[in-house]
Write a protein that binds this ligand. Structure first.
Ligand code: HEC
Length: 481
């Protein structure tokens, strides 16, 4: 029996060249590359999870604006293992982004991007960009109102990019507004364009890993010298190198298995993100925010002054991208050990703190309207009838409270209006409400006659209570004269 297997295997192997194909697995690598080196394999495996679960999802998904949401409901609630598959795809994406981050931080801290592995790093950075592109395009395929709104917001923000903004916004939406064309476009990019490019680049990346070898762990005081590095590396491999498979790969196998189990457990027990309501441009009550790995950038754009938003939106990723791409070009030799490159440690720490902090802000999303705002109580309004009372009610009913705070109640999208009457005259209030402003809709068309007067009457009562020390000195003097 075993003999037959052997004969069949030998025949297949001879005709197909399977062991030649697999021989790169046996390449000799430095022996002391320990647990730090597992993140690359983990990223690759997360990508494979994404391809497998993505293809499975595509069996049932219809990328038409009238059916996408329905098919997702079907996948989530009816299809066998559908919910689990969506979960795999969602947590697989998160895992892939996390593993890329860890892989980048590790290769950066170990100076692995230095001679002769500059292009290995560069292709890795491009793969990072494609992965984030997958995240962005994948989100819209959910085609619920949150997903649709985050793309609308992204397009709106893109529209503010100087000069090319209009074009970028139109390119994202596939027209002037979000609709079927947007969905088709995102679907094509998500399942054909980006994965195709990624397969090619992963192949190139792995080929470069084989060509230049896995970098040996850095030793402080042993800088990279392009003139001698290759010979030294050969020497090291001869002395203490081991075949990657089977001698060194066991750590990767353990981590990768753990990762798959973690993704599956999260997918099974936590499940995919709940679907929001179907997209309806007339419902403002969506909380447009992208998935966590893009949320921090969203937060950055929302927190900076609106005037420079357009420049930052396009300038920031280009700047960071160029910096990352060119790291190995201007820094390709010298010390590799992190202990001799304190700035490298600082860069990694600062990036983690910055992204973490922005992510936290994004979680709180003070800029996004608060749709849970409850009507103001009579005590806060300070009246039980008349224009002030009606204005207080309108302030909730018209959605003002979603964006504005009154005595700590409401939303934080717009300025706090608790003491607005101290700073704004009646006329200016009217102008603002009728015309709106940056990030405030114009209410002129939607207010009935009288409603504007009631709203303003309410706002005019929003004054700081007059305490003796708040009175102007002139008034004091007049009292004493
Ligand atoms: C979508 C969020 C949003 C809604 C809804 C909204 N506002 Fe605003 N509001 C803002 C923002 C943002 C600003 C700041 C605009 C600017 O400076 O150009 C603002 C500014 C104002 C100001 C001027 C504040 C100042 O300090 O100059 C007033 C008054 C005001 N809003 C009243 C209202 C009233 C009344 C309503 C309901 C009819 C309302 N807003 C609804 C977001 C909103």
């Amino acid at each position: 029996m075993i003999k037959i297997f052997k004969i069949v295997w030998q025949w297949l192997d001879d005709r197909l060249g399977i062991s030649v194909l697999l021989s790169p697995m046996k390449h000799i690598a430095p022996q002391d590359s320990k647990w730090w080196y597992v993140f690359g394999s983990a990223t690759l495996v997360a990508f494979i999870v994404q391809v497998a679960s993505g293809v499975a999802l595509a069996f049932s998904y219809i990328s038409s604006s009238s059916q996408a949401y329905e098919t997702l409901l079907f996948i989530t609630n009816n299809a066998p293992f559908g919910r689990f598959l969506r979960g795999l795809h969602y947590y697989g994406a998160s895992a892939m982004v996390l593993m890329i981050g860890a892989h980048m931080a590790q290769t950066f801290l170990f100076g692995a991007y230095k001679f002769p592995r500059e292009m290995t790093w560069t292709t890795g950075i491009l793969l990072l960009a494609f992965t984030l592109g997958m995240g962005f395009t994948g989100q819209l395929l959910r085609w619920d109102s949150t997903a649709a709104w985050s793309v609308v917001v992204a397009a709106e923000q893109a529209g503010r990019i100087p000069i090319i903004g209009d074009w970028v916004a139109r390119f994202i939406l596939g027209g002037n507004t979000i609709g079927g064309a947007t969905l088709s476009r995102f679907f094509a990019i998500h399942v054909f364009v980006l994965p195709g490019i990624m397969f090619a680049f992963i192949g190139l990346h792995l080929w470069l890993v084989l060509r230049h070898g896995i970098s040996e762990p850095p030793v402080a005081g042993k800088p990279v010298d392009p003139a001698t590095y290759r010979a030294e590396y050969e020497e090291l491999l001869k002395k203490s190198g081991k075949p990657f498979w089977p001698d060194l790969a066991w750590r990767d196998v353990i981590v990768v298995t753990g990762l798959i189990i973690a993704i599956a457990v999260a997918a099974f027990f936590v499940g995919p993100p709940a679907l929001d309501k179907p997209p309806d441009p007339s419902i403002l009550a969506a909380d447009p925010r992208p998935d966590w790995y893009l949320l921090w950038y969203f937060a950055l754009l929302a927190l900076i002054p609106a005037k420079i938003e357009g420049y930052v939106m396009i300038g920031f990723p280009i700047l960071i991208g160029l910096l990352l791409l060119f790291v190995p070009i201007w820094n390709h030799k010298g010390e590799r050990a992190a202990s001799r490159r304190p700035w490298a440690i600082a860069v990694v720490c600062l990036s983690v703190i910055m992204i973490g902090g922005l992510w936290w802000e994004g979680q709180q999303s003070p800029w996004s309207p608060n749709f849970e705002a409850q009507p103001l109580s009579e005590k806060v309004v300070g009246a039980t009838s008349g224009p002030v009372f009606k204005g207080g009610q309108l302030f909730h009913d018209k959605g003002c409270l979603n964006c504005h705070l009154i005595q700590g109640l409401g939303g934080r999208r717009g300025p706090d209006l608790t003491y607005i009457a101290d700073t704004l005259t009646r006329d200016n209030m009217v102008i603002r409400i009728v015309n709106g402003g940056t990030n405030m809709p114009a209410f002129g068309p939607s207010l009935k006659p009288g409603e504007l007067d009631d709203l303003v009457a309410f706002l005019e009562t929003r004054k700081r209570p007059l305490r003796p020390q708040d009175r102007s000195p002139i008034a004091e003097n007049q009292i004493f004269q």
